[in-house]
Design a protein around this ligand. Structure first.
Ligand code: HEM
Ligand SMILES: Nc1nc2c(c(=O)[nH]1)N[C@H]1C(S)=C(S)[C@@H](COP(=O)(O)O)O[C@H]1N2
Ligand SMILES: [Mo]
Length: 432
């Protein structure tokens, strides 16, 4: 029993828990968070543009790659955050909890950063599996607001830790000759490393005091002597720790990346969508049944109404088929992260706009046969309306559009989120 406790104590007293490791993981997390933030901002404004915004329509896979990066970097945050928490957890239990204004800012920003990040990545992941019902608040608004909380807390955190980050940024400055990590409170001791620049003072951040039952437990573990761990063993242990995170990250990427990267489709075990699976060899987001359009979409008297103020034209499906037809390869890139390129055929949106004499600067509103919800109405700026790749699609992958993909007609435009590729079109009207 004594021996087991002793071993456990040593197993938990990880040599990985040092400022160099915190810096290494922090850097990776910083990159992942920034990638999520930038791609998230793009995703937000594509869906809710400000008045003056005009978007690029090339490359056609702009949103596809953006959202692929968002979801991939987001998923990789899980092993990175868990690793980082493992490295720094003793410093989460300090006493007294607040020592000064600076200290309060530091503690507060870390508490906020940890809490907000964990909520952010958890609801993000649940969203990709459409498990919204597991949390009682609206996803997009919460995820949007939290992204600013996370980034602000991260900025403060980096600011506060800048001396340590700078100190442990480079590998060669972080270890002694025998491979021992230079501990924080030794960082100014030049006798250990004569190459260290003069006067590089590091704030006093020795092993913090811990409090409470868990605190005492952690302290007990932390005070376990490391004497029987040689520098070489510690190095092996550190490498093992990094390797564990690396393997977890790679495994997650390989088993989920296929939803957004075609090359990884064969190993896609956990991603919510598979390439080529579904009617017309394309996955379906919302079914006709769920959208309540099974009857209206199959109605023989279906027409598409295109209007510009008083001018209005009504097209049957046969009349749409009689217009000049174009074939384009464009991705469906869902905001939830999965995407797939498909081949679409139908008349150009700009030809329909011309048919009602819409000015070149005109934006359009599209409505679906679907009556309720966020998908019933979609707006489209002139950069998409006038793009020659924007089609009212009637065919998909060489066959008539399946009802699940928007029969009789659906919108497909380059570089837009899937949620704006409205299915089961009913009307197109000029709005500006
Ligand atoms: C620090 C990490 C993250 C930040 C800063 C971040 C930020 C954002 C932002 C700003 C948006 C746009 C929200 C809007 O349209 O209003 C967004 C959307 C989204 N994020 Fe994240 N995100 C993070 C992590 C994640 C993770 C880990 C996942 C999933 C694995 C995820 C999944 C999504 C999804 C699916 C959307 C699209 C939501 C929609 O438009 O319906 N995010 N993210
Ligand atoms: N009317 C309508 N159009 C819609 C949707 C919907 O639910 N209703 N889903 C959108 C979303 S979120 C995506 S990703 C794409 C998916 O297209 P697909 O189901 O043909 O693959 O359709 C979009 N168009
Ligand atoms: Mo979607």
């Amino acid at each position: 029993m004594q021996r087991m406790l002793h071993d456990l104590r040593h197993a938990l007293r990880s040599p990985s828990r040092n400022p160099r490791m915190a810096t290494v993981l922090g850097r990776l997390l910083g990159i992942a968070f920034l990638a999520c933030f930038v791609t998230g901002i793009l995703s937000h404004y594509l869906q809710e543009p400000l008045q003056w915004m005009v978007f690029a329509t090339r490359p056609v896979w702009l949103y596809q790659i953006s959202q692929a990066i968002h979801i991939t970097a987001g998923i990789l945050c899980f092993p990175l955050i868990l690793g980082k928490l493992h490295v720094i957890y003793p410093s989460l239990f300090q006493t007294p909890p607040v020592r000064s204004i600076g200290h309060f800012l530091e503690r507060g920003s870390i508490a906020l950063l940890v809490a907000a990040s964990l909520v952010q990545i958890t609801i993000g992941l649940l969203n990709t599996y459409q498990l919204y019902f597991l949390f009682p608040f609206p996803f997009r608004q919460t995820h949007w607001a939290l992204s600013f909380v996370v980034m602000a807390a991260l900025a403060i955190h980096i600011g506060v830790k800048l001396p340590i980050i700078a100190r442990y940024w480079r590998k060669k400055d972080s270890y002694d000759d025998d491979g021992t990590v230079i501990p924080l409170d030794d960082a100014t001791d030049r006798s250990q490393n004569p190459e260290r620049p003069e006067g590089a003072t590091i704030p006093d951040l020795r092993e913090p005091e811990t409090t409470g039952v868990t605190g005492r437990l952690f302290r007990w573990i932390d005070r376990a002597p490391l004497a029987d761990v040689s520098a070489g063993q510690a190095r092996t242990s550190r490498r093992g720790f990094l390797a564990t995170i690396g393997v977890a990250a790679t495994a997650l990427f390989v088993t989920t990346g296929g939803q957004s990267f075609r090359a990884l489709d064969a190993t896609n075990l956990f991603g919510p969508r598979k390439q080529g699976v579904g009617p017309n060899a394309l996955p379906v987001n919302r079914t006709a049944q769920a959208a309540g359009v099974e009857e209206s979409a199959m109605a023989p008297d279906w027409t598409l109404t295109v209007s510009n103020g008083e001018t209005s034209r009504v097209f049957t499906r046969a009349e749409l088929e009689a217009l000049p037809q174009f074939e384009v390869d464009l991705p469906i890139a869902c905001v939830e992260g999965w995407s797939q390129v498909a081949s679409w055929k139908g008349p150009r949106m700009k030809d329909l706009a011309d048919a009602v004499g819409a000015p070149v600067s005109a934006a359009f509103r599209a409505t679906s046969l679907e009556q309720k919800g966020n998908y019933a109405v979609m707006e489209m700026g002139p950069e998409y309306v006038r793009d020659e790749l924007t089609l009212v699609a009637l065919e998909l992958n060489g066959a008539p559009l399946d009802i699940q993909h928007g029969y009789p007609a659906r919108m497909i435009a380059p570089a837009r989120p899937g949620v704006l590729q409205t299915k089961w079109l009913s009307t197109l009207e000029v709005i500006a």
